[in-house]
Write a protein that binds this ligand. Structure first.
Ligand code: GDP
Ligand code: MG
Length: 162
């Protein structure tokens, strides 16, 4: 069985940057502005001997009211079909209301969720990430998708069951 790893989170947290790093392709366009990648995007990835599918989602828009409205159909479907969800937040931005809405949804799912704080390059990661414990999704995995920091350690944990 090939595990499916979904990247979810509000726009601009770095989902497509991580997708590109994991797939080593240019399939997912990395935007310099939020919300450009609208649909799910699938990529082949590998970690050691293990092949897995990574899914980039662009549809979560935290600007609207209510999590059902906030989370676009495509993102909800990506969560449903995933074996592992990497819920990405922006360490530099701190907790946003969109993050809280998505976290509330994910806590109601049976899925294995890893809380991933991205953009920890050049900042004090522990200090910036402490607030994310309030999302009640447990351990915070610090990464810098643009540079690769923390990505191997994250995959070791997220893919350990497979
Ligand atoms: P998405 O909307 O969640 O797919 O986010 P993107 O992957 O398009 O990234 C949004 C912005 O954050 C882009 O300008 C990226 O260059 C930037 N970004 C992504 N990862 C990192 C990172 O690890 N460190 C820093 N400093 N910036 C990052
Ligand atoms: Mg994107």
């Amino acid at each position: 069985m090939t595990p499916v790893v979904a990247l979810v989170g509000r726009p601009n947290v770095g989902k497509s940057t991580l997708f590109n790093r994991l797939t080593r392709s240019r399939d997912a366009l990395v935007a310099d502005f939020p919300g450009l990648t609208r649909d799910r995007k699938y990529g082949q990835a590998s970690f050691g001997e293990l092949n897995f599918i990574v899914v980039d989602t662009g549809g979560i828009d935290g600007s609207e009211e209510g999590i059902e409205v906030k989370m676009a159909e495509q993102s909800l479907q990506a969560i449903e079909e995933a074996d592992v969800v990497l819920f990405m937040v922006d360490a530099r931005a701190g907790v946003t209301s969109a993050d809280i809405g998505i976290a509330n949804h994910l806590r109601r799912q049976q899925k294995k969720v890893f809380l991933v704080a991205n953009k920890t390059d050049g900042i004090d990661g522990d200090a910036h990430c402490a607030d994310f414990y309030s999302l009640a999704l447990g351990e915070i995995h610090q990464i810098a998708a643009a540079h690769g920091r923390g990505v191997t350690a994250l995959l070791e944990k997220a893919l350990a069951p497979f």
